[in-house]
Design a protein around this ligand. Structure first.
Ligand code: GDP
Length: 613
């Protein structure tokens, strides 16, 4: 393999001798083979692969980390990095080429039919820092060359092209949507662009977005926006970023940072190029020749067209006529439209398409799977329903303090992820350090997000997505957060005394905490009509929107924010027949004990209580 020449080897020139002398600061020399990969060159020059990719980009070469480049390109980079370059000797060269070939073959074998795919990007940041405007600016300046002139459609995501490579942007900015998706088990985003306004700097939601991205393990590219503003203060923002743990490259860190103005559309191409560089490092690949698997990122009902869903294909290619299972519904792809509203016949990995042909409107975050036909579709739906029955909660199963020890003992968790909300900033650090000190050999305690103020829906989503729990100190929980937590089985603990807080978590880690009961939501139905059954008794004609309903299960009737009754289901019918249970997507007649005051639009929530385990 290529190597920097050692002092022990006979120097070929006086200059090289000088360069090899340890007492001289002169240019070091290096031998480079006729071809080598970007990764190998980075190792050889002892610089990051990102730097190499960037330098190559400047000379018009778009290379990924595994790409093999020739001597000329490699030598240019090495020279720019401050090396004196010599080609490798023939013998070394032969062995180096053999090595590169062997690695390539091995890699091809390991990758199977995998091909690079476009990165999928979510834009996050504090309110009013320009997320929406930046999304628009990117869309306008980089509409795909072949489709210029088309009218962009808002279908939940769009694609742009830079230097012949595609980048997919999710249209819903913000960490709330990002984490809500994750909480449903769908991690769609590959890279986060964190927008920070140059005139406002790092703000609470900037930090929140950072935490959400980091909890998901998604790399961050910082875009400092509004640089056109006269009161923009770039140095201050860079300092604030450093304080937030996002040390930018210019300051010796590894956070990629680009200056942009969404208003004046400057820096957009540079932002896209930097996104591509980070994407290269992520080595995003998918196999386009398989049947498609994707995720729903937007869904709705169109009056004339019926259920519509925008799908991002993960792997495989989605084609017109494919039979698909989406969540617990199925259909046949009747038509597909791209982000320009143009009909398309197929969608490759990371390409957003709006599709027609589903029987029911699916949920955002549902998985789409191509199947052979109706029989396989029904079998898969049955399988998914059974899974849902075993884990009826709508969100991923979270940890609870009560069951923490069992999960640790079973080796299921090695890290207790905590979201800490306090009344004042000053209590965060003492609580954080007390909790972190509770770490045992088996389990670490990690504060994945901290902040002041009440527990929000976004906190609950983050807990659900990260299998964490929430601790509130001297704060309450917003109504929406409480509701979501009860649906998703997320544990929110409130304390006013630090000792009690730390004591409880300590006991939970050792399995000494008393068990408590939790409520598990098994389904929801919407009241669409009201019927009389007998003299005074009323029955709701309801449509099951999630999960299932069964006779005898506890139920509550919700009218907007209010709970108007809590009782049990005492009758359940499909048409004229008494049935034991009805699953989502079907209509039924539901009678609730001691309750007759249904109104159209009421939501029936079915639940059971179980010991937290
Ligand atoms: P979001 O809440 O993060 O989505 O922010 P918006 O995109 O809605 O932008 C908030 C405000 O900042 C709007 O009035 C935008 O026109 C303005 N804005 C966004 N980007 C820029 C920019 O680069 N320069 C200037 N001067 N204003 C901007």
């Amino acid at each position: 393999m290529a190597k920097a020449s050692k002092p022990s080897e006979a120097p070929e020139s006086a200059a090289e001798e000088a360069s090899n002398s340890s007492s001289s600061p002169k240019t070091p020399s290096i031998e480079i083979p006729q071809s080598l990969s970007v990764r190998q060159l980075a190792a050889l020059l002892q610089v990051s692969a990102v730097d190499i990719i960037k330098q190559l980009m400047r000379t018009g070469i778009m290379a990924n980390i595994n790409q093999v480049i020739d001597y000329k390109a490699a030598a240019a980079v090495a020279t720019a990095t401050g090396y004196e370059v010599r080609p490798q000797t023939v013998r070394e060269l032969a062995s180096a080429i053999g090595e590169v070939k062997r690695r390539q073959q091995l890699q091809d074998k390991q990758l199977g039919g995998l091909r690079p795919r476009p990165p999928i990007i979510t834009i996050m940041g504090h309110v009013d820092h320009g997320k929406t405007r930046l999304l628009d600016a990117i869309r306008q300046t980089n509409v795909m060359a072949t489709e210029a002139g088309g009218i962009t459609q808002h279908i939940g995501a769009y694609q742009v092209e830079v230097n012949g490579q595609k980048v997919t942007f999710l249209d819903t900015p913000g960490h709330e949507a990002f984490t809500a998706m994750r909480a449903r088990g769908a991690q769609v985003t590959d890279i986060t662009v964190l927008v920070v306004a140059a005139d406002d700097g790092v703000m609470p939601q900037t930090l929140e977005a950072r935490d959400h991205a980091q909890a998901a393990g998604v790399p961050i590219v910082v875009a400092i926006n509004k640089i056109d503003k006269p009161n923009a203060n770039l140095e201050l923002v860079k300092q604030q970023l450093a304080d937030a743990g996002l040390l930018i490259e210019e300051w010796g860190g590894d956070t990629v940072c680009v200056l942009v103005s969404a208003k004046e559309k400057t820096g957009i191409t540079e932002l896209l190029e930097n996104i591509l560089v980070v994407a290269e490092l992520e080595e995003l690949k998918a196999n386009p020749s398989q049947p498609a698997v994707g995720v729903v990122i937007e869904a709705g009902m169109n009056k004339t067209k019926g259920p519509l869903a925008t799908v991002l294909v993960h792997t495989g290619t989605l084609r017109l006529g494919d039979t698909v299972v989406v969540g617990t519904t199925w259909g046949r792809v009747r038509a597909m439209f791209n982000d320009m509203g143009k009909r398309v016949r197929k969608a490759e990995p990371a390409t957003p398409v709006e599709l027609l042909g589903l029987n029911v409107v699916p949920q955002v975050g549902d998985t789409l799977t191509v199947v052979a036909g109706e029989r396989q579709a029904r079998a898969l739906i049955q399988e998914r329903l059974q899974e849902a029955e075993q884990q009826p909660s709508l969100l991923l199963k979270s940890v609870r303090l009560d069951n923490l020890f069992d999960q640790i003992s079973a080796g299921k968790i090695k890290e207790l992820n905590v979201i800490l909300k306090t009344d004042v900033q000053g209590t965060i650090e003492p609580i954080r350090s007390s909790l972190e000190q509770l770490a045992t050999e088996e389990v670490q305690v990690r504060i994945i997000h901290s902040g002041t103020g009440n527990v929000t829906e976004s906190d609950v989503m983050l807990a659900a997505a990260s299998k964490g729990l929430i601790i509130g100190f001297g704060v309450g929980s917003e109504a929406g957060a409480r509701r979501l937590a009860s649906t998703g089985g997320v544990d929110i603990r409130h304390y006013d005394v630090i000792y009690n807080l730390v004591d409880d978590v300590g006991k939970a880690l050792k399995g000494l905490l008393e068990p408590s009961y939790v409520e598990v939501i098994v389904g929801r139905a919407e009241v669409r009509a009201i019927f009389s059954s007998g003299k005074k008794t009323k029955v709701a004609g309801a449509y099951v929107i999630e999960g299932k309903v069964s006779r005898g299960i506890s139920a509550r009737v919700r009218r907007q924010e209010e709970v108007v009754s809590e009782s049990v289901v005492n009758s359940l019918r499909r048409f004229k027949d008494d049935v034991k249970e009805v699953v989502s997507g079907y209509e039924c007649g539901v009678g609730i004990e001691d309750f007759n005051e249904f109104e159209v639009g009421d939501i029936l929530e079915f639940f059971r209580r179980e010991k937290a385990s």
